[in-house]
Design a protein around this ligand. Structure first.
Ligand SMILES: Nc1ncnc2c1ncn2[C@@H]1O[C@H](COP(=O)(O)OP(=O)(O)OP(=O)(O)O)[C@@H](O)[C@H]1O
Ligand SMILES: [Mg+2]
Length: 515
């Protein structure tokens, strides 16, 4: 045994001596060149080819490196034992995972398997630089089979860039843009003011007929995934939705749900702030793709009845001495937008200067809109937001009271039957139902639903009277039922919030303010 250790020690000594001689005889450059050559020879006989994506290109960062990192963090499967690093970028609402040094992930694209390795090596001393580089050199190395090369490149890289852009957009807080400055540009030449968009409305919380809801969601999904379809058919990648119906039926809530569902930004276009068709076009050109452009209450914003009308001579709005502008003067400026300007905005050549954009118009009076505005291609889907139906009511009861379908607890079954019987006759909006539920939610489910049934009955009776012959000598609101309904909506018998807490009205106002 002792001899074994002695011979091992002499072998190690001989190797160290040989290495010393090699270092002395062959300079470092020569050794590196030999190593490179050996690497090349091995690669020449390897069935794989390799591509490096470095973190920096010269002094600037490499966008592809960031995209690969983001893509791998969400799409690819880490190899067994790989470590992922966790981070949360600035302004992001979710975490992202990154690959730690020297770990590998596997991925497949078009049936071909690929491997990514994250290589981290210390950087040699940099000397003096105005902008020092990171101390480590990082790169991703892509390994693919030689035979798959044509199949994978460049399509696989395009796929990575598109996926990374999508992930980035989804993990960042989205924005709500307004044109409150009336088209005037800010310091960066942008006419839109952004604020973080955090509206809580989703398709889960939206009360409407479930079949219609599923249809709208499928339509939005088709639109979002429709890049190839729109290209193949030569259509501009945009879609218009018209939401119409009485006030308080969820039109604005639907827009927020759409934005949350697709992960799009929202541009809330205030037409009365726009001075001319040219300004409207400029605003359109400054919107980004993957966004929803909204014009609320379109019938109230601008005279939309005469397509042929030419804009009146531009009225320059002169500010008053104190710098303010009179309302009627600015209204004059808004009138210089014409229907034809708006039609071009939604379906003219300019409307196609970006892609993946949704136009949403809302109105309480569809009959006031010009048919040209409503045709397919401009408003592709017309969505009627109606009074609350029983299936929609069940969604509100679930959201506000946690009441599940066929929930027999708290003795609600009988009340539910009553609600189903009275709801159509009551013609009540989801907003009014929400109001009653917010105010009574602390009184227990049974009490809250009973209170709602009471409101339904009063409302139904009122509707019946309204549709019957008018009672001479009676003013509107001059009857007992109306007063009783008002009382039920305004001051619930129980469950009033104590001072200090936000009451139902405040919550509602707060929710409305969010959009
Ligand atoms: N369908 C609905 N589902 C869930 N909540 C709703 C629905 N409709 C209305 N609400 C509630 O009523 C409030 C007002 O609704 P919303 O602003 O969406 O109505 P609207 O149809 O846009 O009204 P308007 O025509 O006056 O603009 C919302 O904040 C929401 O709480
Ligand atoms: Mg609205």
């Amino acid at each position: 045994m002792r001899e074994y250790w002695t011979s091992l020690a002499s072998l190690m000594g001989a190797l160290a001596f040989l290495q010393g001689v090699l270092h002395a005889v062959f300079p470092a450059e020569l050794r590196a060149a030999v190593a490179r050559l050996l690497g090349r020879v091995t690669r020449a006989f390897s069935p794989y080819c390799y591509f490096d994506v470095t973190e920096t290109e010269g002094m600037s960062t490499n966008e592809i490196y960031d995209a690969v990192q983001l893509y791998l963090s969400s799409s690819a499967a880490p190899a067994a034992g790989a470590r992922l690093s966790l981070s949360r970028p600035h302004n992001a609402s979710s975490f992202t995972f990154g690959l730690a040094a020297s770990d590998r992930v596997l991925d497949t694209f078009r049936g071909a398997a690929v491997t990514w390795e994250h290589v981290v090596a210390p950087r040699q001393s940099q000397g003096f630089l105005w902008r020092p580089l990171p101390e480590e050199k990082r790169r991703f190395t892509l390994r693919i089979r030689r035979g798959d090369r044509d199949k994978l490149l460049p399509a696989y890289l395009d796929h990575i860039l598109a996926s990374a852009a999508d992930i980035r957009r989804r993990s960042q807080d989205r924005l709500l843009y307004t044109n409150a400055r009336g088209g005037a540009m800010d310091g960066r030449g942008l006419p839109w003011d952004p604020v973080p968009f955090k509206h809580p409305s989703t398709f889960d919380t939206l009360a409407m007929d479930p079949d219609r809801k599923a249809e709208i969601m499928a339509d939005l999904r088709d639109f979002g995934d429709g890049s190839a379809f729109y290209e193949r058919t030569g259509r501009a990648w945009k879609r218009g939705y018209l939401l119409y119906g009485p006030p308080g039926t969820g039109k604005s809530s639907m827009i927020a749900a759409m934005a949350n569902y697709l992960g799009y930004d929202v541009y809330d276009l205030e037409l009365t702030e726009v001075g001319s068709n040219a300004e409207l076009r400029k605003l359109l050109m400054k919107t980004t793709s993957k966004s929803i452009i909204v014009i609320e209450d379109i019938d109230c914003s601008v005279d939309l009845t005469n397509r042929a009308a030419s804009p009146p001579a531009p009225t320059k709005v002169r500010p008053n001495v104190d710098g303010t502008i009179d309302q009627d003067k600015s209204a004059g400026a808004a009138r210089s937008i014409t229907l034809s300007g708006l039609l071009n905005f939604t379906d003219g050549l300019w409307s196609c200067c970006g892609s993946e954009r949704i136009f949403v118009f809302t109105t309480n009076h569809i009959e006031k809109l010009d048919p040209a505005l409503l045709r397919s291609g401009r408003m592709d889907m017309h969505i009627f937001m109606n009074y609350c139906s029983f299936p929609a009511l069940k969604i509100l009861l679930k959201n506000y009271l946690g009441l599940q379908d066929n929930d027999g607890s708290d003795g609600c079954v009988a009340v539910m039957a009553g609600l189903e019987e009275w709801i159509d006759a009551a013609e009540i909006t989801p907003a009014d139902v929400s109001e009653v539920l917010i105010k009574n939610r602390r009184s227990g489910r049974k009490k809250a639903t009973e209170e709602l049934l009471e409101v339904f009955k009063v409302r139904a009776e009122k509707r019946r009277r309204e549709s019957g012959p008018a009672t001479p000598g009676k003013e509107p609101g001059d009857n007992e039922e109306e007063e009783e309904e008002k009382r039920a909506l305004e001051s619930p018998k129980e469950g009033k919030e104590k001072a200090g807490g936000m009451d139902g009205q405040d919550e509602e106002t707060e929710a409305k303010k969010q959009l």
